[in-house]
Design a binder for this molecule. Sequence first.
Ligand code: BES
Ligand code: MN
Ligand code: ZN
Length: 495
Amino acid sequence: MSMSIEISFSKTAKTSGGLVIALGSLAEPVSAAARSVDSAGQLDKAVKVAGFTGKNFSTADIIAPIDAQADRVALVGAGDPAKLTAHDWMRVGGKMFTLIRKAEKVTVMLGDADMVSVDAAADMALGLLLRAYKFDLYKTKKADDDDNGSYKLTVVFQHEDAAGCKKTFASRQAIADGVKLARDLVNEPANVLGPVEFAARAKALEALGVEVEILTEKEMKKLKMEALLGVSLGSVRPPRLAIMKWQGGKAKDKPLAFVGKGVVFDTGGISIKPAAGMEDMKGDMGGAAAVTGLMHTLAARKAKVNAIGIIGLVENMPDGAAQRPGDIVRSMSGQTIEIINTDAEGRLVLCDALTYCQERFKPEIMINLATLTGAVMVALGQHHAGLFSNDDKLSEALSKAGNATQERVWRLPLDPAYDKMIDSKFADMKNTGGRYAGSITAAQFLKRFVGDTPWAHLDIAGTAMGSPSTDINQSWASGFGVRLLDELVRANYEG
Ligand code: BES
Ligand code: MN
Ligand code: ZN
């Protein structure tokens, strides 16, 4: 029941009543376009009283200037437009959304094309859409302060090159939809979104031309995925493995592979978590959500690349059938694992998904995403995901994409000295490495399953959920990873 927003671009703007948002700059706080709405010349005075200077990300709301052709004129500042990055433009777009309130039709005057490129216009529209996202599926009473409720909002951006904007915006719409999907999946409670239900959401990508296979428990048993299946033993809900295939490149090109941790709820299992804050563990499938959102985006924008998304979907519960500390399982790779702590379950799900991915698809690169450790939040807080990689080039490309999208990553070390910390007395390895360097030993565990494939692991426990509000996200779930990886693909793998 949330709001649907339709974005369009027009060379000329018809402004009979309603809300007009005008983009200003330090050089020209009230643009010529804004002035054209204000036949009596009242706007300059109103802006002066409001103290609006055109500074970037600032706003002013002017109610009904006398004789204006609009009921309301709102201004957003771009500061020095030549200096704004793509992400800055998205933030400006996010600010625009805050001005809309109850309006149903909005005209955005962007001014001269030399101030706002078609890319900048598309980025503003993307920022507006991301800011507008709200997860209120289960609110039977809508708040009526700054809430736009559940209706259709039309936003028309006026720009000289409207056709160019429209074309450029198509890929941004695909990004907005992929991020929305990822946020929805993370925000959904686990009673609604179990492994089977999540798999069905992945299957729905077939409508975009993605090929989707869902493996059942029986099929995973045949593949000897004992590590993944062990996590699922204490749950009455059966596990699933979803494989999403997008073939946008040449048939012979090796695919890029993305693998996600999809623990729909993590109680910790027999090594049960404390009660306080456990509700957040409905978001322990943030990696799988990002992979699914990314596949949506790549398909929706018809990316010229072959991509595989693989997500391991399980629920980590304690019951009479649950696995115990001390148990030893044999992973699909043949390597054996001693379970020290059933709460270190993400790596157990991922290791079999990574083995399956490599053996079947022999990918060009393999990137996994997981809300893997609380320790990564101790190290990096909520502003960088932990990055671990066996490949400097891939690592560099990810850092660059992170800076461009402001879904930032920070590389942490891998080293034989840390690897030793997960050697086991009874098996090939154990699933925890003790108190120190928890994120690194988790990454060392995964590294034992990737062979020579160029690989990166993103620990998104701090960035996927519980997110601080920003100009482009007000939701608990951020959708972290979709924009980052879409940018990685776009900048490095699409020829
Ligand atoms: N899903 C958690 C990690 C997590 C914690 C994600 C907080 C998001 C927010 C993971 O499965 C886990 O429980 N990790 C343990 C590992 C430990 C038992 C070695 C942790 O971080 O404490
Ligand atoms: Mn856990
Ligand atoms: Zn977990």
